[in-house]
Structure formats: structure tokens, C-alpha cells
Design a protein around this ligand. Structure first.
Ligand code: HEC
Ligand code: HEC
Ligand code: HEC
Ligand code: HEC
Ligand code: HEC
Ligand code: HEC
Ligand code: HEC
Length: 256
């Protein structure tokens, strides 16, 4: 599978590096600039983490342009955790922060609201200005993606979410064939009903962990389950449908 994360596939750090170069040092602002902003009406309290900026509107706002990414990046360029997590690694090369990072909603709300449509719009505009980027990323998904917006078919779901794939690629990498992007439902598919525990088709939909294809299977798994003859594909002999650790006829088992 191509592991090219969608947004930053082409240049990894250049956009960010460029952006860091732009804003000099925010501490060099004059007090005059501050008073201009203080005359402006704030639409609401800042999020708790940004509350310390309540008298420093210009930390985020650029006169006549509103909040701009360069300001955010001054303080947020080196977030190793963010860049090392598959889903958020795109931050290394994204030039737009609005849409997913909302503000002035009060201290109780975090300034984060993931929006895949914002993401798709960023991908689209970038693809328009960088033909190479488009050719690589805009292999629109085939039909049958009723759970996502047409624009979202530009997104390579697996590039950001394959680490979360509980199907271990058994269902392919076209996650949006079955899943939507709504934060409300998440990965849930309300109409999905799991097959009966009496099914013997488990292996059609479930891939066993690597340990099951090693000596561990004979030495531990079969012994724990008390099953003398079994092929790895016969999950149903040892497993139930509620949890992989609830071994049939044995109960909860967790090895260390
Ligand atoms: C397409 C949506 C999107 C865009 C665009 C975006 N972000 Fe994010 N950002 C997120 C999401 C989602 C998270 C993860 C929040 C979480 O882990 O709960 C995040 C996390 C962060 C965090 C870490 C938050 C924490 O809890 O510590 C920072 C800092 C951040 N983004 C800054 C930025 C900056 C600066 C920009 C613009 C250069 C930007 N983001 C653009 C969606 C976006
Ligand atoms: C931590 C960064 C941050 C600080 C500090 C901040 N703002 Fe904002 N502000 C934003 C963001 C982001 C938006 C865009 C609204 C959204 O998408 O939720 C915004 C939106 C606004 C808007 C609506 C118009 C627009 O451009 O969208 C006004 C007016 C505003 N801010 C005024 C202020 C004032 C006045 C202060 C200082 C008292 C201030 N802001 C401080 C981040 C900030
Ligand atoms: C003057 C520096 C500064 C500026 C400018 C700034 N931030 Fe922050 N931001 C912080 C600090 C400090 C925190 C708290 C970090 C922590 O707790 O680890 C924070 C927290 C955050 C978080 C985590 C929010 C949460 O509730 O968990 C996000 C997301 C974020 N900032 C995005 C942005 C965006 C987008 C902008 C531009 C609109 C911006 N920041 C501008 C300093 C700044
Ligand atoms: C550029 C990276 C990126 C792409 C591409 C992407 N997502 Fe996401 N997705 C995120 C981020 C970031 C979050 C917020 C949660 C987090 O930080 O992990 C998220 C959250 C979700 C959630 C909410 C549940 C959860 O895991 O938090 C679902 C469902 C989801 N995405 C589905 C999809 C689908 C389906 C596609 C393809 C149409 C897709 N995503 C494409 C980055 C991406
Ligand atoms: C052929 C359809 C199909 C495809 C393709 C598919 N899934 Fe799923 N996935 C499902 C079904 C059905 C469920 C169970 C939903 C439920 O319980 O509501 C599920 C559940 C999930 C869950 C939730 C597991 C849990 O904790 O209960 C995640 C996460 C997930 N899928 C991620 C992915 C990712 C990532 C991809 C792409 C790499 C993907 N899926 C591709 C059908 C699919
Ligand atoms: C038609 C496909 C299909 C078949 C057949 C099937 N499953 Fe599942 N099963 C799923 C999907 C989809 C999920 C939700 C995503 C995930 O966790 O993998 C799931 C979830 C599970 C879970 C996880 C529960 C949890 O939340 O931890 C277990 C355990 C499980 N199945 C066991 C079995 C067993 C045992 C069999 C055979 C008796 C079986 N399944 C047959 C599709 C199937
Ligand atoms: C001979 C009995 C047996 C068969 C057949 C079997 N397993 Fe297991 N499996 C076990 C036992 C026992 C454990 C817990 C102890 C261990 O790790 O061996 C386990 C653990 C697991 C775990 C949890 C691993 C973890 O780290 O928590 C998963 C997932 C799993 N099996 C999936 C499957 C799937 C999918 C199949 C069929 C394709 C399958 N197993 C076939 C006995 C079996």
C-alpha cells in the first residue's frame, strides 16, 4: 500500500519552513497595534488553552486579514506528537488552520473540530495549483460512497487511518466504501449486525494476529483454549463474538 499521506505527500516540510520564516517575532509588536485590536469586539471568550492571549488579539489576527496560519505556526511549529501521529501528520505541510480550529467559543470548548470537508477543500485547491500533486492524490474513489460528500472522495482515507484498521486490510483500503467521516457516528455503522456466534465464517472478515502463525499458536493458544486439533482459520473453535480475549469455554484470558 502506498504510505503517502495525502496532504504532505509531495513536499514534507517546505511549506511549513516557509511559513516559519514569515512572521518575525511576535514580541516585537508595538503597544499601538494592541490597542487597535482591543477596540475590536471579540466574538467570545477564547478556549482555555488560549485564554492567556485574551489581551493579545494580534497574536492570531493579522490586520485586515483575520486569523492567519503564519501566526499560529509561530507558536505551534514543533509539535512532535502531532507530526508523529498518522492522522495528524499532515500538519507538517498545511498552510491553512481555519475550519478545524475554531475560537471564541468559550473556555469549555477545545479549539479543535475535525472537518474532513475542510481537508478536502485544501486538497482540491492545492491540486489545482500543483498539477503533480493532483495527479498523485486525486485518484477519485469509485462509486458507492454514499456516506461521504462527493468532495471527500478526493481523500485517501487509509493514508491517515490505516493504523486504526481493525480489519487488518481484509476489507481493502477503500474505507469510505463502508464508512463515513462524521465525528458523531465515527466508525460505527448503525445498520451493521454482527453475524451469529454460531457462524463458521469468521476468517472471511477477521485476520488473526501474527502470533497465531508462529509457534505461539501451538504452544499457547491451542493449550489455553483446550483445543487439540485446529487450523488458525477456525476462529470459531476458540473465540466468541463479544471479545477476542473471552475464550470459548475458558473465559477471560490476557497473556502478558
Ligand atoms: C483539516 C483540519 C485541520 C487543519 C486544516 C489543521 N488542523 Fe490542527 N488539528 C486537527 C485535528 C483533528 C487535531 C487533533 C486534535 C486531537 O488530537 O484531539 C489537530 C491538532 C492540532 C494541534 C495539537 C492540539 C493539542 O491538543 O495539543 C495543534 C497545535 C494544531 N492542530 C495546530 C494547527 C495549525 C497551526 C494549523 C494550521 C497551520 C492546523 N492545526 C491545521 C485538525 C486540523
Ligand atoms: C488564539 C488565537 C486568537 C486570539 C488570541 C484571538 N482570536 Fe479572534 N479569531 C480567532 C480565530 C481562529 C477566528 C476564526 C473564527 C473561527 O473560525 O472560529 C477568530 C475570529 C474573530 C472574529 C470574527 C471575524 C473573523 O475574522 O473571523 C473577530 C471579530 C475576532 N476574532 C476578534 C478578536 C479579538 C478582538 C481578539 C482579542 C481580544 C481576538 N479575536 C483574539 C483566533 C483568535
Ligand atoms: C502566542 C502563542 C500561541 C499562538 C499565537 C497560538 N497558540 Fe495555540 N496554543 C498555545 C499554547 C501555549 C497552547 C497550550 C499548549 C499545551 O497545553 O500544550 C495552545 C493550544 C492550542 C491547541 C490545543 C487546544 C486544546 O484545547 O487542546 C490548538 C489546537 C491550538 N493551540 C491551535 C492554534 C491555532 C490554530 C492558532 C492560530 C489561530 C494558535 N493556536 C495560536 C500558544 C499559541
Ligand atoms: C489527512 C489525514 C486524513 C484523511 C485523508 C482522512 N482523515 Fe479521517 N480523521 C483525520 C483526523 C486528524 C481525525 C480526527 C481524529 C484524530 O486526530 O485521529 C479524523 C477522524 C475521523 C473519524 C472519526 C473517528 C476517529 O477516528 O476519530 C472518522 C470516522 C474518519 N476520520 C473517517 C475518514 C474517512 C472515511 C476518510 C476518507 C474519506 C478519512 N477519514 C480521511 C484525518 C484524516
Ligand atoms: C466492506 C466494508 C468495510 C470497509 C471497506 C472498511 N470497514 Fe471498517 N468496519 C466495517 C464494519 C461493518 C464495522 C462495524 C461497524 C459497527 O460495529 O458499527 C467496521 C468497524 C470499523 C472500526 C471500529 C472498530 C471498533 O472499535 O468497533 C474502525 C476503526 C474501522 N472499521 C476502520 C476502518 C478503516 C481504517 C478502513 C479502511 C482501511 C475500514 N474500516 C474499511 C466495514 C468496513
Ligand atoms: C461478515 C463479516 C464478519 C463475520 C463473518 C464475523 N465478523 Fe466479527 N466482526 C465483524 C466486524 C465488521 C466487526 C467490527 C470491526 C472489528 O472490530 O473488527 C467485528 C467484530 C468482532 C469482534 C470484536 C468485538 C470487540 O469489540 O472487541 C469479535 C471478537 C468478533 N467480531 C468475533 C467474530 C467471530 C468469533 C466470528 C465467527 C464466529 C466473527 N466475528 C464473524 C465482521 C464479521
Ligand atoms: C486453537 C484456538 C484458536 C484459534 C483457532 C484462533 N485463536 Fe485467536 N486466540 C486464541 C487464544 C487462546 C488467544 C489468547 C491467548 C493468545 O494470545 O494465544 C487468542 C487471541 C487472539 C486475539 C487477541 C490477541 C491480543 O493480543 O489480544 C485475536 C485478535 C485473535 N485471537 C483472533 C483470532 C482470529 C481472527 C482467528 C481466526 C482467523 C483466531 N484467533 C483463531 C485461540 C485461538
Amino acid at each position: 500500500m502506498k504510505a503517502l499521506p495525502i496532504i504532505y505527500g509531495v513536499v514534507t516540510t517546505s511549506a511549513l519552513a516557509a511559513a516559519i520564516g514569515i512572521p518575525a517575532v511576535i514580541h516585537e509588536r508595538g503597544t499601538q497595534a494592541v490597542s487597535t485590536w482591543q477596540a475590536m469586539v471579540s466574538p467570545g471568550d477564547l478556549s482555555a488553552k488560549h485564554a492567556f492571549l485574551e489581551n493579545d488579539c494580534e497574536a492570531c489576527h493579522t490586520p485586515h486579514r483575520g486569523p492567519t496560519a503564519d501566526k499560529c505556526i509561530v507558536c505551534h511549529a514543533n509539535n512532535e506528537y502531532l507530526l508523529s501521529k498518522q492522522t495528524t501528520a499532515f500538519h507538517s505541510d498545511v498552510a491553512e488552520c481555519r475550519g478545524c480550529h475554531l475560537e471564541h467559543r468559550g473556555a469549555a470548548k477545545r479549539s479543535v473540530e475535525m472537518d474532513h470537508m475542510v481537508l478536502a477543500a485544501i486538497v482540491l485547491s492545492r491540486a489545482k495549483s500543483e498539477p503533480g500533486f493532483g495527479a498523485m492524490q486525486m485518484s477519485s474513489l469509485p462509486v458507492g460512497h454514499s456516506r461521504i460528500q462527493p468532495l471527500e472522495t478526493l481523500l485517501d482515507c487509509a493514508a491517515c487511518h490505516s493504523n486504526q484498521d481493525p480489519h487488518r486490510t481484509l476489507f481493502g483500503i477503500d474505507c469510505a466504501a463502508c464508512h463515513g467521516t462524521s465525528a458523531m457516528t465515527g466508525w460505527m455503522i448503525p445498520e451493521f449486525r454482527h453475524p451469529s456466534p454460531l457462524s463458521t465464517d469468521c476468517a472471511q472478515c477477521h485476520q488473526a494476529p501474527p502470533s497465531h502463525y508462529m509457534m505461539h499458536f501451538q504452544m499457547v493458544s491451542m493449550k489455553v483454549a483446550g483445543v487439540v486439533h485446529a487450523d488458525v482459520s477456525q476462529c470459531f473453535l476458540c473465540h466468541q463474538t463479544n471479545s477476542w480475549n473471552d475464550i470459548r469455554g475458558v473465559g477471560w484470558y490476557k497473556h502478558h
